[in-house]
Design a protein around this ligand. Structure first.
Ligand code: COA
Length: 402
């Protein structure tokens, strides 16, 4: 069976217009621009306005991605939404997005924190590689501004809202997800959690007072985990692709914290120029972080046809996921046709050569036989003279000639 690859055929991002700078935060909570910049690298983040939701942002990003891909919602075979801050726990935001788009296809939500988008992309690749589906929408979208406690400076300065969408389609050449590495360490789950949301923690008055409906984080533990897992998973996915860091044109890490990225870059020994960072503009947008960075890298011209990108993320769970992604378009159909023509031509040449050699063999045999006949004919008088009968073969030949 012919190998099927996936590829990114469309991409689009959406960041809410409302910008919240570190200076704005100084007015909300006991923090300052100098600390946030030094400890995280973040300068500003986006926060949704009234009326905006995870599904509305996902639809905005998707419409752009579909336009780039030259597709409509009707062309989608599957929708995968990665989000840990959906419109509601039930129904899944993926079905809301499917309805709002007017698509007629299955839809599912991946809730794996910041790694969700890479999980989703790898999942989409499997469906395309097996031939089950053609066009799959993968969106990372978060409205974390609704899930952080704006009085908790440990968390509220870090996060932002946004959405990034890609359309994955089939390809006849080696593009798309070339390898991946995914993992989960649930034993560390409590280091980053919202204890009051879900069946184990249906919210009551006491929980509300403790603000347990909001995200809680042990920053130090998450930092330790992230700086260990980022380089480890990057190297693992490269090994799975039988590549080294030298083969990678751009590393796109989860945009959580500049210090985590710096440490990972130093541990890997990769050239800083090959690492894409845009967290100063958006903060940590969780599952939207990788697609927002990927799409911005594409829009800035940092990604060219044939480039090999390494996406690497970590997040709540605690989880991690990385993938080598080869950027590019499928082979032109006309090239395939040209190849078929070439094969046809080669076959016809072979046939013609075979015919020619048969004709030549026949001709050569005829010439030889004629020569042999003439030679025998010349010998006839001699045979007659000697009284010996000409050979039967010659007699026959003479008969057929008549
Ligand atoms: N503004 C100003 N000062 C702050 C602050 C804030 N927002 N948050 C903490 N501080 C102060 C603390 O009070 C403490 O002061 P002290 O030394 O006078 O007691 C000091 O800064 C250090 O606080 P600490 O919480 O120990 O900081 P840290 O070194 O762990 O850095 C993070 C905090 C959040 C930057 C860091 O832990 C981190 O990046 N963790 C990973 C978080 C992450 O990426 N999460 C998302 C995963 S998807």
């Amino acid at each position: 069976m012919e190998m099927r690859y996936s590829r990114v055929s469309g991409w689009g991002k959406y960041a809410p217009e409302n910008v919240l700078t570190n200076f704005d935060l100084e007015k909300i909570v006991d923090t300052n621009d100098a600390w946030i910049t030094k400890m995280t690298g973040i300068k500003e983040r986006r926060v949704i306005s009234e009326g905006e939701t995870a599904s509305s942002m996902a639809v905005e990003a998707t419409n752009k991605a579909l336009e780039v891909a030259g597709l409509t919602p009707a062309d989608l075979d599957l929708i995968i939404i990665a989000s840990s801050s959906p419109d509601y726990l039930v129904p899944a935001v993926s079905s809301t997005v499917q309805y709002k788009l007017g698509a007629d296809c299955p839809a599912m939500t991946v809730v794996s924190g910041c790694t969700g988008f890479v999980y989703g992309m790898v999942t989409a690749h499997q469906f395309i590689a097996t031939g089950a589906y053609d066009n799959i929408l993968v969106v990372g979208v978060e409205v974390i501004s609704k899930f952080v406690n704006w009085e908790d400076r440990n968390t509220c300065v870090l996060f932002g809202d946004g959405a990034g969408a890609v359309v994955m389609s089939p390809s006849n050449t080696s593009t798309g997800v070339m390898s991946f590495d995914m993992g989960s360490d649930g034993a560390k789950g409590h280091h980053l959690m919202a204890p009051g949301i879900g069946s184990a923690g249906i919210i009551d008055q006491a929980m509300l007072e403790r603000k347990e409906q909001y995200l809680q984080m042990n920053g130090r533990e998450v930092f330790k985990f992230a700086t260990r897992v980022l380089p480890k998973s990057t190297l693992q996915t490269l090994e799975n692709a039988e590549m080294t860091l030298d083969d990678i044109d751009l590393l796109i890490p989860h945009q959580a914290n500049a210090r985590i990225i710096d440490l990972a870059v130093r541990r890997l020994g990769i050239d800083e120029e090959k690492v894409f960072v845009n967290l100063h503009k958006y903060g940590n947008t969780a599952a939207a972080s990788i697609p927002l960075a990927l799409i911005e890298a594409v829009e800035e011209g940092r990604v060219k046809e044939g480039d090999k990108l390494c996406l690497v993320s970590f997040g709540s769970g605690l989880t991690w996921a990385s993938a080598v992604l080869q950027w590019g378009q499928p082979l032109d159909n006309s090239e395939e046709i040209a190849q078929e023509d070439l094969i046809w031509d080669l076959n016809s040449i072979r046939t013609r050569m075979a015919l020619t050699s048969t004709k030549m063999r026949v001709k050569a045999r005829t010439v030889l036989e004629e020569a042999s006949y003439k030679a025998s004919a010349m010998m006839l008088p001699l045979y007659t003279f000697t009284g010996r009968k000409p050979p039967r073969k010659l007699e026959k030949k003479e008969d057929t000639k008549k």
